[in-house]
Design a protein around this ligand. Structure first.
Ligand code: NAD
Ligand code: UGA
Length: 453
């Protein structure tokens, strides 16, 4: 099938590359010329395991092309995926300007029937706005081309995006029951047929339910994490071990083991903004989503938990103190620094006068760029951060080590070397990588999350 992907970021690039891998002829459009240049020169603008191979293979086979040519992109695909960003607006709602700009471009150039797919995470009712924008542009041209807007939210996780896309738990598709909507259903069914070979994974529904499903899923996961974080903070006080509790409750199939890890808060480009956007939608309908407001508050608090533990141990004034930080990306296997907890911790440490040596296996360049922006109004704070070449190099003379991201490379360090390199053998572990008893046996003072047993 001929497919156009509008927006070649995390979701667009993964969707385009994976659909090409299945034999489709895919045209990826982006407004960012530098991104398109990187891709056309055989590079990848993001770190995502396995994606470079899929992109290279399909480019070489002529099934995947990248361009900034809007007219050509609209002409190419019978199915047009909108996968542009939906960042938070000032009031927390999803900013739809990129989605609607993409829709208008389709209306401006289309000839013949098109299925327009909202792949971006968009609030309930957006498909109607996309339809109206396309219809408006068609009317300006005096055209009456048929089209249908369907909702097909994406559930991939960064760091596992190719695997998640190729082996989805479920595919959610919302379409309407008009003649065009049924035609869209038939095309989407054909496109996703390879994913449904062994068993049916597609859930067909109306458009609004599909849009709502995406926010509900992210809000549910964010709620689970925040609830575990609150329990972990209480576990610290009552002398229970949240890791034991996690096993204890996760073994109940009604609860399950996934996404029950307490830590130093969730980050990324999605949970924070989607929780906010759903709250905003609720307010637009005169409903207060009390639980989600609490989820957000708990997460804001949790991003400060490591900083609070450091202050409790070393005092309010950290001048003259030096800390090592392992893990900067918002989660392992990505270089994405959006809403990363490391930014909150580093900000707190340097503002209190400390110096910091940081290390991340892949996010160093992006971290440097982002931290420079974080401290744009006080460059002296940025100067307190040094970027280490490897984990051990970050430890030299540090008063303590703080771990913020659970990269595999941090899971079994040589603890004797860690101990020898640190000025004080103290670890603040924001992802509960180590066992408190093992740390005690080695002689390392260990502060996990919810593990003060
Ligand atoms: P991104 O910022 O990485 O990429 C968006 C791309 O769209 C950018 O390259 C930008 O230049 C391009 N763009 C903007 N306007 C355009 C236009 N008019 N025409 C063509 N290109 C345009 O964003 P992302 O992380 O891929 O997220 C995209 C959407 O998918 C968001 O709504 C997000 O919530 C959702 N989502 C993201 C993830 C994820 O893991 N990142 C997972 C599921 C859903
Ligand atoms: C999340 C969802 O998991 C995806 O299904 C969804 O498609 C995506 O958002 C989106 O809409 O963009 P992602 O943000 O890539 O994916 O990463 P997650 O693995 O969900 O982690 C998000 C954050 O939660 C990370 O900071 C992670 O450290 C934290 N987390 C996750 C926890 O603190 N505890 C857990 O048990 C799990």
């Amino acid at each position: 099938m001929k497919i156009t992907i509008i927006g070649t970021g995390y979701v667009g690039l993964v969707t385009g590359a994976c659909l090409a891998e299945l034999g489709n002829d895919v045209f990826c459009l982006d407004v960012d010329q530098s991104k398109v240049d990187i891709l056309n020169n055989g590079g990848i603008p993001i770190h995502e395991p396995g994606l470079d191979d899929v992109v290279a293979r399909n480019r070489a086979a002529g099934r995947l092309q990248f361009s900034t040519d809007v007219a050509a992109s609209v002409a190419h695909g019978d199915v047009q995926f909108i996968a542009v960003g939906t960042p938070p607006d000032e009031d927390g709602s999803a900013d739809l300007q990129y989605v609607l700009a993409a829709a208008r471009n389709i209306g401006r150039h289309m000839d013949g029937f098109k299925v327009v797919v909202d792949k971006s995470t968009v609030p309930v009712g957006t498909a109607d706005k996309v339809s109206a924008a396309i219809a408006d542009e068609l009317a300006k041209r005096g055209k009456n081309e048929g089209f249908s807007v369907v909702s097909n939210p994406e559930f991939l996780k960064e760091g596992a995006a190719v695997e998640d896309f190729m082996r989805p738990d479920r595919i959610v598709i919302g379409h309407d029951q008009t003649t065009e909507g049924l035609r869209a259903h038939a095309l989407m069914k054909k496109l996703y047929a390879p994913f449904n070979r062994n068993h049916e994974r597609t859930y067909w529904m109306d458009v609004r339910s599909a849009e709502f499903t995406k926010y509900s899923a992210n809000a549910m996961l964010a709620t689970r994490i925040s609830f575990m974080n609150e329990l972990a903070n209480l576990a610290d006080k009552v002398g229970a071990d949240i890791e034991a509790v996690r096993h204890g409750i996760g073994s109940d199939p009604r609860i399950g083991h996934s996404f029950l890890y307490a830590g130093c808060g969730y980050g990324g480009s999605c949970f924070p903004k989607d929780v906010q956007a759903l709250e905003r939608t609720a307010r637009d309908y005169d409903q207060d989503l009390l639980i989600l407001r609490a989820v957000e508050q708990v997460n804001d608090f949790q991003k400060h938990v490591l900083g609070k533990k450091v202050v409790k141990r070393f005092g309010d004034d950290l001048s003259g103190k030096h800390f090592a930080v392992w893990g900067l990306a918002f989660k392992p296997n990505t270089d994405d620094m959006r809403e990363a907890s490391s930014r909150v911790l580093i900000g707190e440490l340097v503002r209190r006068g400390a110096t910091v040596a940081v290390y991340d296996p892949v996010a160093m360049k992006e971290a440097e760029r982002v931290l420079k922006l974080d401290f744009a109004d006080d460059a002296k704070l940025f100067d307190r951060i040094s970027f280490a070449a490897n984990p051990m190099a970050a430890l030299g003379d540090a008063d303590a080590l703080a771990i913020v991201t659970e990269w595999k490379a941090f899971r079994s360090p040589d603890f004797d070397r860690v101990k020898a390199a640190l000025k004080n053998p103290v670890i603040f572990d924001g992802r509960n990588l180590f066992e408190p008893q093992v740390m005690a046996d080695i002689g390392i003072e260990y502060h996990g999350i919810g593990r003060s047993i």
